[in-house]
Design a protein around this ligand. Structure first.
Ligand code: ATP
Ligand code: FE2
Length: 338
């Protein structure tokens, strides 16, 4: 058992399809990071089904994390949870577990912003200090950086997220989750066999981008059956990633920051990494990809951001711990950066 005088935070992530529990020391050592994913039989995530999954696995994931960290729950100093943004039923399940645990242990509760947590764990794990962060996942696509006391959004999708765009196309193309391989990764494999660039919509509006027109056009061409599916996967990736890269490049140029941080589940994509690396190089910025375990949704990021929040005076009274489905990063207090 670890020494009881060491301070720990346990963080709960439940914004979408994963129920995750992480345990972090106050110095940022991650002692445990356990997740259990809800994988739908068919189609996308059904929020209530996912929430039911989270409630079913919560005690198992919690006890696995405590065992992995090898600490007595009584030594936990604070409980944090992802308060938003995310799917209502999923968020509420995680919040309920967090409230119960904090009340049982009689320790403070801290509500954490999921997107800020992605950036903070990314910084911790890549030793990055002040990056432009590109967060691309199934539910989010945004470029953010710290400026004037907050994380500001320098570009985002106006409609669907990048991962969602890839997943919907992959499902239309008949790809399925196999051996835990995400749909985006299956699409990436097919895309490497594509040879012909098919013309598809490219929509960047100011600092923002739109992916729904691209998805509709790609699906329509797929259904017409005149192109090889590999070529369509390749072309979809090239177009979508170029849009994301253009918006990211503008943020780098505007902020003149010298670090670029790529995170979220889509960060695993090698083609996206290559495009962003070359953009970072053009701007003399160091390029960092968050390690996969900490780039996808995980409890460790909530635990670590819980530590940052708590040690800078932020706690969330139970009566204010309602979930925030659309909590934007530019509305979050980040006193540890001031
Ligand atoms: P969030 O709640 O932050 O939106 P999420 O629930 O979508 O996250 P993540 O694990 O962060 O969960 O991201 C999953 C997304 O990442 C899926 O859309 C998946 O297809 C995509 N993805 C995973 N690996 C790859 C890859 N190699 N290439 C492209 N996309 C990928
Ligand atoms: Fe996420």
């Amino acid at each position: 058992m670890k020494e009881p005088e060491e301070a720990y935070c346990l963080g709960i992530e439940s914004t979408a399809d994963d129920f995750g529990v992480g345990i972090s020391t106050f110095q940022g050592e991650i002692l445990a990071n356990i997740s259990d994913a809800y994988i739908p039989e068919e189609g996308g995530i059904h929020p209530r089904e996912a929430a039911r999954h989270h409630a079913e696995v919560a005690d198992k994931v919690l006890s696995e994390a405590l065992t992995k960290a090898n600490i007595n729950p009584k030594t936990l100093r604070v409980i944090s949870f992802a308060q938003g943004p995310g799917l209502g039923p999923c968020l509420r399940t995680g919040a309920t577990v967090a409230r119960a645990l904090a009340s049982y242990l009689d320790v403070p509760l801290v509500g954490v912003n999921h997107s800020v947590a992605h950036i903070e764990i990314g910084k911790l794990k890549t030793c990055t200090r002040d990056p432009v962060a590109l967060y691309v996942s199934g539910g989010n696509t945004l470029v953010a950086a710290f400026e004037c006391g907050r994380y500001r959004i320098f570009g985002e999708t106006l409609d669907i997220a990048l991962g969602n765009c890839l997943d919907v196309f992959a499902r239309e193309a008949g790809l399925r989750h196999r051996q835990g391989l995400p749909l985006g990764a299956a699409l990436e494999q097919l895309a490497t066999k594509g040879e012909k660039l098919v013309s598809l919509p490219y929509t960047v509006k100011g600092m923002d981008l739109s992916l729904s027109g691209l998805l509709t056009a790609a699906v329509t061409l797929l259904q017409k059956g005149k192109h090889k599916v590999e070529d369509l996967c390749y072309s979809l990736q090239e177009n979508a990633f170029s849009m994301v890269a253009e918006v990211t490049e503008r943020a780098l140029a505007h902020t003149e920051k010298k670090e670029l941080l790529l995170t979220g589940g889509v960060a695993a994509n090698k083609r996206l990494q290559t495009m962003l690396k070359s953009i970072a190089e053009e701007h003399n910025a160091r390029f960092n990809v968050v390690p996969h375990e900490f780039a996808t949704d995980n409890g460790a990021m909530i635990a670590w951001t819980g530590v940052l929040s708590y040690t800078h005076g932020l706690v969330t009274p139970v009566e204010e711990s309602f979930v925030k489905l659309r909590w934007r990063v530019d509305k979050v207090d980040v006193p540890w950066l001031k």
